[in-house]
Design a protein around this ligand. Sequence first.
Ligand code: NAG
Ligand code: NAG
Length: 261
Amino acid sequence: MAFLHHFYFLIFALCILYVKSTDPSAQVCNENSKNTTTKITNNINSLLTKLVQTTSLSGYSATSYGTGQAQVFGLAQCRQDVSTEDCSTCIQEASKEIRNICPNNVDARIWYEYCFLRYNTENFIGQLDTGYGTFYANVENVTDPNTFNEKLGALMNQISSSASTPGSKGIGKGETELTPFVTLYALVQCTQDLSPLLCRQCLAIAEGVFETFCDEKKGCRVIYSSCYVRYELYPFFFPLDKKLALESSSIKNCSSYVTKP
Ligand SMILES: *[C@@H]1O[C@H](CO)[C@@H](O)[C@H](O)[C@H]1NC(C)=O
Ligand SMILES: *[C@@H]1O[C@H](CO)[C@@H](O)[C@H](O)[C@H]1NC(C)=O
């Protein structure tokens, strides 16, 4: 019982921290991946420097560092609607924090609201990966599930098409009116190394979680290594009144769930 209590407390704390956008929303240190060696650790550090530089400028980077057994592959991406400044701050923080959470294993991943960073000695670039998942759902239910599901489905179709169109940088976002007073906002994003087809597949898997874990909830986030999907009944993506969105999201309670491969 004591353990369960502790567990729920952690989950609850994570939900609240998450909306501050300065704390990780999910993290993976794959204990089944091999241990680092001094050489690999040095390569990880050099790779991170390279990823931070490139991603700060262009919002995305997939690259590698080193050779042979010690070669390390890395990918970093900001949410494409955030400013260059927010992107740069986020990716710098991610590159520091990922070493803290995972000092000993070669497969590490970290997600923030504004950016995502991962590395591994195995080459994962261009591959669809929905092995690790972190889901957050608002505990409150919508009042009119039929209309809601219909509108959500239509909006998801539309923005998933945008996200998987070449040249979109993997992002799709939009809004739709549920009633004259309530608007539904949604954003989807794939990592830019994915082909349009794999992006579409990742988003379809993520949207599947809407029908199970997030069924009829007022807000939901599905976080995978290859894509991210979120909807809310308040604006949360840019351009927007940042303060308004953060305030309205910070009063929401959410439940969360983590999957492993
Ligand atoms: C990694 O290091 C730990 C602690 O030293 C050890 O128990 C484990 O067997 C190692 N794992 C691998 C895959 O080498
Ligand atoms: C939402 O709906 C589910 C399923 O009908 C129900 O179990 C749950 O208690 C509801 N949650 C709230 C906060 O009303």
